[in-house]
Design a protein around this ligand. Structure first.
Ligand code: SAM
Ligand code: SF4
Length: 435
């Protein structure tokens, strides 16, 4: 599938198509994947940044993962939670503990959390997840919960959707069947087709926003990225919308992992290329970078196409309240939410804690159309600013507060859309002001 010797005029045509916010076909994706010329790559990175700004403006969405359980019936060789890891300290949060963790994150300023769970039908099945979700919405100020859990049946997905999960996220890990089989020999996850069809079941159950990805480092990244884009395009032609987000999880060391020798290691430069290609291939899609990656690289990825990042993350259940239980993998960026916000502002971008789209029905096909018509960025920019004003009033201090004040004052001067009035409402204590 990968083409060699892609010439410069062809690449420029492809970049022009992306800049016109059109989805690329597989021949065009293949041309980018096989590109070697460094000067052309500089143009590709620049085009990815411009495409992102056309769709979302300067805003960068922030969230944190909340790990619910590390007790797992699967044995994925790369993961610290795998059943074969005899040294793991196992833990499933009680509903009360999950609420405590969510409250702690809410007090730090987060509004959006990604619930993450290992696969354990008895301990962390749909009934447990439902209870956690209901309790967090009822007892905390968290506004949207997304979920990265094991694939479910259509009936269980219906229950997940009914309890107001925003995005359902699941990574295929690898599309290369022999590699998939060697990595996942036990448990439900050994069934490749059950995982491959997970998004069809989620969509059938009513999810319009789904998040996809491959675990980078298991097999040749060019092949995997091509397969993920092909899968996304298939969903698009079937349902009118494809993934809401594509994530770029890169294999990290994990205590108890069996991956001693990584043949397909993805370099930092390759990760930048992957982010740029996802952005260009599917212009409207959110590209998510986690704290698996180190701070400096994450900054670079933000200016080459990434639009969402987690911040201040822990990857063990109870990780925010105490250290101790087994982590899923090691974290590369240990900066706090406040530090990440400061850095994003200093890069000339706008951090966002907005959660409006999921609650205002801007999802699935309608989200895609708004993004492709360049209408989404107006929502994103204003809501990002309003969310930062709230964050500044409630959580920021010292230098961070001064920096945000300056940014918000500049935005007021630029704005012709009643921001001043909305700021006054927030100063008087109104919360969740958004368009
Ligand atoms: N247990 C569910 C599953 O496997 O789909 C969902 C949660 S799992 C904790 C989330 C993702 O973490 C996995 O899909 C995998 O891609 C990623 N992951 C597992 N081990 C990792 C590692 N060592 N480094 C980086 N990411 C890893
Ligand atoms: Fe379990 Fe998911 Fe880890 Fe596999 S990746 S061992 S399913 S938590």
């Amino acid at each position: 599938m990968i083409q060699k010797n892609c010439d410069s005029p062809r690449v420029k045509d492809i970049l022009a198509k992306s800049l016109d916010l059109q989805v690329l076909n597989l021949a065009e994706v293949s041309a980018l994947l096989s590109l070697e010329d460094r000067d052309l790559w500089a143009e590709v990175f620049d085009a990815a940044r411009r495409v992102k700004e056309k769709v979302y403006g300067k805003r960068i969405v922030l969230f944190a993962p909340l790990y619910l359980s590390n007790e797992c019936t699967n044995d994925c060789l790369y993961c610290g939670f795998r059943s074969g890891n005899r040294d793991a300290r196992r833990k499933t949060l009680t509903v009360h503990e999950a609420v405590e963790e969510a409250n702690l994150l809410s007090n730090r300023g987060y509004k959006r959390l990604l619930l993450v769970a290992s696969e354990h039908p008895q301990l962390a099945g749909i009934s447990y997840i439902e209870q956690v979700v209901h309790a967090i919405y009822k007892e905390t100020d968290i506004r949207i919960l997304h979920a990265n859990t094991a694939p479910m049946s259509v009936d269980d997905f219906r229950r997940l959707k009914e309890c107001r999960i925003g995005v359902y996220q699941c990574f295929q890990e690898t599309y290369h069947i022999p590699t998939y089989r060697s990595m996942h020999s036990k448990g439900t996850k050994a069934d490749y087709a059950w995982r491959l069809n997970v998004m069809d079941r989620a969509v059938e159950a009513g999810f319009e926003d789904v998040g996809m990805g491959v675990l980078l480092g298991l097999y040749d990244w060019r092949w995997e990225a091509g397969a993920l884009i092909a899968h996304s395009r298939r969903l698009m032609s079937k349902y009118g919308f494809g993934p809401h987000t594509l994530s770029v999880p890169r294999l990290q060391p994990a205590q108890g992992s069996e991956m001693k020798d990584v043949h397909y290691r993805v370099s930092d430069e390759d990760l930048k290329k992957i982010v740029a290609i996802y952005r260009l291939a599917l212009p409207y899609v959110g590209v998510v970078v986690s704290t698996r990656e180190p701070a400096g690289l994450r900054d670079e990825l933000l200016v080459t196409g990434a639009s969402q990042i987690s911040a201040g993350s822990k990857t063990s259940p109870s990780g925010y309240m105490k250290d101790g239980d087994t982590e899923q993998f090691e974290i590369g960026d240990t900066r706090s939410l406040e530090e990440v916000i400061n850095r994003i502002v200093s890069l000339g971008l706008v951090p966002s804690l907005c959660t409006a789209c999921y609650r205002e029905g801007r999802s699935g096909e309608s989200f895609r159309h708004l993004a492709e018509q360049e209408t989404m960025k107006a929502f994103c920019q204003e809501n990002a600013i309003l969310s930062l004003k709230e964050y500044m009033e409630d959580c920021a201090s010292g230098e961070a507060k001064d920096m945000l004040k300056k940014l918000l004052n500049e935005e007021i001067e630029k704005s012709a859309n009643g921001l001043t009035e909305k700021f006054k409402l927030i100063e008087k204590g109104k919360r969740d002001v958004h368009i």
